[in-house]
Unconditional design. Structure first.
Length: 199
């Protein structure tokens, strides 16, 4: 079992109706294997509720942090169909966000700044390879369709002699109704580890 995932999610998945979960192509079910297959951010995830395991087939770049698996199984089970609002917000704009996203739940954007330092072109190249679409924000910014209804933007500022390089994640305002804070954190850790990892 993937130790980081609460076993209750696999139990819930084993009892779920595949036709309901796979509505509108959200995922597919492989009866012979008893597995759900879902494409998220270009990678294929095979979720096995009996073996309590998630296998990844990574298309590009490094595999995201194991926390991302928590987002994957939650998305399969409980994510609502969302209507995008077209307005970017930070994690601190989410209800309860200012208290939750600090200490152990601080978004690890330092992985991105440590990876690129002031290599703006390197950051841009990575984001393009991962399917990012450019945004006119910061020194460079891209948004990624993690799923069709969950975009995440990554902003990057170069540092200078007075201020270090900085990175930030933004979410569509629909996130206020879509995912609980711990799942947003799992998503964010996955984004930071994939962009901040060796390509």
């Amino acid at each position: 079992m993937t130790d980081i995932i609460d076993e209750k999610y696999f139990v819930e998945l084993a009892a779920a109706d595949p036709a309901t979960l796979c509505r509108e192509g959200r995922c597919s079910y492989i009866p012979a294997l008893g597995q759900f297959a879902v494409f998220i951010w270009g990678d294929r995830f095979l979720v096995d509720p009996v073996r309590k395991q998630i296998d990844r087939q990574v298309a590009a770049g490094p595999a995201p942090h194991q926390y991302f698996d928590v987002f994957v199984i939650y998305y399969l089970l409980r994510a609502k169909d969302a209507v995008l609002r077209g307005e970017w917000i930070s994690e601190k704009d989410l209800p309860g966000g200012p208290i939750f996203f600090r200490g152990p739940h601080q978004i690890p954007t330092d992985q991105i700044t440590k990876r690129y330092n002031n290599d703006l072109q390197g950051f841009k190249s990575c984001c393009e390879k991962l399917g990012g679409s450019p945004l006119a924000m910061a020194d460079a910014a891209f948004y990624f369709s993690i799923t069709p209804d969950i975009p995440v933007a990554v902003l990057y500022w170069q540092g200078d002699e007075d201020f270090p390089a900085e990175a930030k994640l933004l979410y569509d305002r629909s996130m206020t109704e879509l995912l609980p804070l711990d799942i947003v954190f799992a998503l964010a850790v996955g984004v930071c580890s994939k962009i901040g990892g060796p390509f």
